[in-house]
Ligand binder design. Structure first.
Ligand SMILES: [Fe+2]
Length: 294
């Protein structure tokens, strides 16, 4: 069956037919997936009744896995999934829904702010692959914004101003936006800021993107309030509705996005209902900016 990609919503998202992600992909199929990602940046695969192992195998066929270690407030003995997965569910290690005031849940609410996965790591993520195992009765959409369109529609003066800017990203910043500042000294050290370019160029298409996230809490050389006001304006610009695709999940959907070209956010859902979403992540090629001396 040939692979087809059909645009959904704004032009950066497409539904893919003709691929069974539970089976090993041929070289041609892998190339088609990468080409689709380069073109669209968000690909939707429906009705993929696959296991965790099959999701991992599909992810590995596309590149190197990024492990999730120490990026949440789950303790070492509180992981529900192996570190090959980012657990973006609202479930504890016994598959019970977190209490409303559990710290890992409150920390995880940061995913409701626009972000790019792992922009708080020195080498940020390339693709994320998120599979819906169980979904709530309502809400819980994931929204995506096209950062190429966000860049393209800036005026020339702003493009020139941001070309060389470097931002500082940390989960401490994104959580502080929601009033979550209750971190231990160990956590503050673990979540210390990293540097990311504000403008990224796609290695294949050469298109430029805004590289934004709610994790960005400063711009090198700028006063903090001015930087945050400026970044807030850029995010507001880049997430106008005409640049946004809202994905309404069905069980067994797998959605893959390019973190270099998009931002995304989770939308609210009833806090007492399970939402079991399992993310595998492809590692990026390297840092986007030189880091501060240790
Ligand atoms: Fe995310």
């Amino acid at each position: 069956m040939p692979i087809t990609m059909r645009q959904v919503g704004p032009c950066f998202a497409a539904e893919v037919d003709g691929l069974d992600l539970g089976k090993p992909l041929s070289r041609d199929e892998i190339d088609a997936v990468h080409a689709g990602m380069d073109r669209y940046a968000v690909l939707v695969f429906h009705d993929q009744k696959i296991t965790d192992e099959q999701q991992l195998a599909f992810t590995r066929s596309l590149g190197d896995i990024e492990h999730s270690i120490g990026t949440s407030l789950r303790g070492p003995d509180e992981y529900r999934l192996p570190t090959t997965f980012a657990d973006v569910s609202n479930l504890d290690k016994d598959n019970k829904v977190f209490a409303r005031d559990d710290r890992p849940r409150l920390f995880g609410l940061g995913n409701r702010l626009w972000h790019s996965d792992s922009s708080f790591k020195v080498t940020p993520a390339k693709y994320s692959l998120l599979r819906a195992v169980s979904i709530p009765s309502k809400g819980g959409n994931t929204e995506f914004a096209d950062m190429r369109a966000g860049y393209d529609t800036l005026d020339e003066e702003t493009k020139a101003e941001i070309e060389e800017l470097v931002c500082e990203h940390s989960q401490l910043y994104s959580r502080a936006i929601l009033g979550f500042t209750d971190f231990t000294d160990e956590e503050r050290l673990r979540f210390k800021p990293v540097r990311q370019c504000l403008v990224r160029t796609h290695p294949v298409t050469k298109r430029k993107s805004l590289y934004l996230a709610s994790h960005a809490g400063g711009i090198l050389g700028w006063p903090v309030p001015e930087a945050r006001a400026f970044l807030r304006d850029l995010i507001e610009h880049a997430t106008q509705r005409q640049f946004v695709y809202a994905h309404k999940w069905a069980v067994n959907d797998l959605v893959m996005w390019d973190n270099r070209q998009t931002m995304h956010r989770a939308r609210p859902f009833p806090a007492n209902e399970p939402r079991d979403m399992r993310r595998t992540t492809l590692a990026g090629d390297g840092p986007t900016a030189p880091q501060a001396a240790a």
